[in-house]
Write a protein that binds this ligand. Structure first.
Ligand code: NAP
Ligand code: GDD
Length: 341
């Protein structure tokens, strides 16, 4: 039973990822007690948790292991569960389709079933994606647009999405699916195109590399900022009734335009450095995605606040600071070596 003044508790899977880190900061700011599920790794991937790792409870768990999910729910006794864990990189899903379906798809069913059995009162957020629209039937895409995924990742996310809807309808659980379009930040993983381009622009401007190899420059995405998008996740679980929402900026930019913004920020021309490498072109993909987030605007009062250009510039600056930090550390290390200390 909830005691008066008892803090609200949230369980976050994927806490070591981009969105997990920003969402946790938001929840801590709101006074939540935050529990994060982390999977075992030989070398822990915890750089994104630097701001808050001493203020959260970390529980060992994996979306592939039901018993660990039940244990995490029993230990955290959450009011809210945010499922952000996934194999989230589309090209890897072509190389490891079964593992992607196992974690990104069936993993969600495992978590929902654990929730139903041991924490049915908790509110549940599922990280759905615009990749489910894939070969989109209409522009822009909204909550009623049919799904036509173009990757094993998209197929796995459709499975997870319908499982979430089904647990809401069949068992009356408070389950919401946020259909989020691409969102980025300085904490984005290094393989995703925005981080790849931002890091290359910073490196080329410092003379550390000269070429950037990319796949489809004409692909268009609706790119927002992760810090804005995690706010929408939280808002969804504060509503009176559970439902699904599209979260997007409504503007679409090409990979080519992304390169122009990033390179211009460091005084360079993208055309002088970008080369197409067919190995980065995908077997099939969503060519253009653009979302209609009017339901989120009207019902959640949600709006994006950070522009595409400002976000890419922030990413290029952050990549540069990381590089300068590394070379400072390396210089200090060399100095210490030479002086024998
Ligand atoms: P991310 O940076 O790739 O983070 C994924 C997280 O999932 C990491 O913490 C990872 O842990 C964890 N994870 C992977 N496999 C796991 C497993 N078997 N068991 C437990 N945890 C596991 O992704 P993100 O960009 O923050 O995205 C968060 C969620 O939103 C994902 O579900 C993604 O598919 C979805 N989404 C993202 C976007 C976007 O544009 N960013 C858009 C729509 C939907 P490790 O650190 O151990 O690898
Ligand atoms: N990664 C990558 N690398 N993408 C490239 C490259 C390259 O060298 N060259 C062109 N692209 C194009 C891809 O073909 C795609 O059209 C676009 O850049 C964006 O690719 P990613 O940044 O890898 O993201 P994504 O759109 O495939 O998937 C992301 O967004 C989804 C939401 O729509 C991921 O975060 C997914 O987890 C998320 O669900």
């Amino acid at each position: 039973m909830t005691q008066i003044n008892e803090p609200r508790r949230a369980l976050v899977t994927g806490i070591t990822g981009q969105d997990g880190s920003y969402l946790t900061e938001l929840l801590l700011d709101q006074g939540y007690e935050v529990y994060g599920v982390i999977r075992h790794s030989a070398s822990r991937n915890d750089w994104r948790m630097a701001n808050f790792s001493s203020r959260v409870h970390l529980l060992s768990g994996d979306l592939g292991d039901s018993s660990s999910l039940v244990r995490a729910l029993l230990r955290s006794r959450p009011h809210e569960v945010y499922n952000l864990a996934a194999q989230s990189f589309v090209p890897t899903s072509f190389e490891q389709p079964l593992q992607t379906l196992e974690i990104t798809g069936l993993g969600v069913l495992r978590l929902l079933e654990a929730l139903r059995q041991v924490a049915p009162e908790a509110r549940f957020y599922q990280a759905s994606t615009s990749e489910m629209f894939g070969q989109a039937r209409e522009m822009p895409q909204n909550e009623r647009t049919a799904f036509h995924p173009r990757s094993p990742y998209g197929v796995a996310k459709v499975t997870a999405h319908w499982a979430t809807v089904n647990y809401r309808e069949a068992y009356g659980l408070f389950c919401c699916s946020g259909i989020l379009f691409n969102h980025e930040s300085p904490r984005r993983g290094s393989d995703f195109v925005t981080q790849k381009v931002a890091t290359a622009a910073a490196r080329i401007s410092r003379g550390l590399q000269s070429e950037l190899y990319l796949g489809n420059l004409d692909a268009q995405r609706d790119w927002g900022h992760s810090r804005d998008f995690v706010r929408a996740m939280w808002l969804m679980l504060q509503q009176d009734e559970p439902r699904d929402f599209v979260i997007a900026t409504g503007a679409t930019r090409s990979v080519r335009e992304l390169c122009q913004v990033a390179f211009e920020h460091v005084g360079l021309r993208a055309d002088d450095h970008v080369t197409i490498d067919p190995s980065f072109v995908r077997p099939k993909e969503a060519k253009q995605l653009v979302g209609d987030a009017s339901a989120a605007r009207d019902q959640l009062g949600w709006r994006p606040t950070i522009s595409f250009d400002a976000m890419i510039e922030e990413m290029v600056d952050a990549a540069g600071e990381r590089l300068d930090g590394f070379s400072r550390e390396a210089r200090q290390g060399r100095k210490a070596e030479l002086s024998g200390s």
